[in-house]
Design a protein around this ligand. Structure first.
Ligand code: SF4
Length: 375
């Protein structure tokens, strides 16, 4: 049922608590970036879960991170310091931006938790990236073997790939349905789905997705009347209140490019080589975030393609305040979208602040779109 997405999102810690009761012999690793190879963690018979913020103001992170770090990374650290994730057996991160890395380092230092850092390549466009990443994944796998006390073979890795790729394929199938004139699922439920997928056991979650696709979405309309079709892009943004506010106006979000959306699951694993090389290849080819998108900026073309394919009227870019990587990309992405004929509204957010003040700007943007649609 679609409601399951929200239930998991709202009750993520209770969900994991119950999961742990059912699987007392399995370990749980929290992770902080969509480049974390969940396949290998499943192959180790452990459970990977994504750590996100609590969306509430907090006063515990400022001793450890400066106020000029993005509010998302500070919110994530606060979750750790407040003990919200004390059930984790380990914390993992890949090489990503300095802000979230600082949250990871500080969490590990102050909670004294087992940690796994994978130095994934930022220059993923060079021919060295694939063998380098494969080597790093092999080291990660060996550390997981030590941690769990079990060997991870080729069949285990293939099983891990199968679990995670199934989630990716099913969610992509649902995203495809959003191309329709009357999408069967809202932007809000789509985001709840993607985030719930990151916070739950994918073997259980895949059965929910299959049920939703088979029994719930056919013939369903997320909105009774046609609304302006929007795309959402930007840095990490699981702010469901913001999406709810936008969709309560005359709009529906039909596609996105951010890491609590399509960037998390867009590509699957091509099976060409040994499993570790295939996994490395999948992460090298995944839709890039600005940190890994050079020397050729590929992200802009990907975003414009999505806007075209999902036939959007306009784009809202919402990025975390002080998010350096996305600020760097902002001008190029905005120019590319405008050149392709897609108006864009740029917003800067703080995940821990209320979204009310954005309402008037979104309303004005929708007015512009509807007047443009008239001509
Ligand atoms: S929102 Fe930006 S600065 Fe914050 S963790 Fe993500 S990429 Fe880094």
């Amino acid at each position: 049922m679609i409601e399951s997405f929200k239930r998991i999102y709202d009750n993520r810690h209770e969900y994991i608590g119950k999961w742990k009761e059912k699987h007392p012999d399995r370990k749980i690793m929290g992770y902080m970036c969509t480049s974390m190879p969940e396949e290998i963690i499943y192959a180790a018979n452990a459970l990977p879960i994504r750590i996100l913020g609590g969306h509430e103001s907090q006063n515990v992170s400022q001793q450890h991170m400066m106020g000029t770090f993005c509010p998302f990374s500070r919110d994530v650290l606060a979750q750790g310091l407040l003990g919200k994730y004390d059930y984790l057996d380990a914390l993992g991160i890949t090489h990503t931006c300095q802000h979230i890395y600082q949250a990871y380092e500080s969490w590990v230092l102050h909670k004294n938790i087992k940690s796994f850092y994978i130095p994934t390549p930022n220059t993923s466009q060079t021919p060295h990236a694939l063998p380098y990443l494969r080597g790093q994944l092999k080291l990660f796998l060996e550390k997981l073997e030590d941690w769990t006390g079990r060997k991870i073979g080729e069949n285990d890795l293939r099983r891990g790939i199968e679990i995670v790729d199934t989630t990716r394929k099913l969610m992509k199938q649902i995203y495809e349905m959003r191309k329709s004139e009357s999408p069967p699922i809202s932007g809000l439920d789509s985001m709840l789905m993607v985030v719930a997928a990151q916070m739950s056991d994918k073997e259980e979650f895949n059965t929910i997705l299959e049920d939703v696709i088979k029994n719930e979405l056919p013939g369903r309309k997320a909105k009774a009347t046609p609304s302006s079709r929007l795309m959402l892009i930007g840095s990490e943004h699981d702010d469901v209140k913001f999406i709810e506010m936008v969709e309560n106006l005359d709009a529906i979000i039909v596609i996105d490019d951010h890491c609590t959306g399509s960037r998390y699951f867009w590509n699957t694993t091509e099976q060409n080589e040994d499993a570790l090389t295939d996994i490395a290849n999948r992460y090298i080819k995944k839709p890039p975030c600005p940190i890994k998108d050079f020397p050729v900026r590929k992200r802009t073309a990907h975003i414009v393609n999505l806007a075209n394919e999902w036939n959007v009227a306009g784009v809202i870019e919402i990025q975390q305040k002080f998010c350096d990587p996305h600020e760097l990309d902002r001008v190029a992405v905005s120019k590319a979208l405008e050149k392709a004929g897609f108006p864009i509204l740029n917003l800067e957010a703080d995940v821990t602040m209320p979204v009310g003040p954005f309402r008037i700007r979104v309303e004005a943007f929708l007015e512009i779109l509807s007047s443009e649609e008239l001509f």
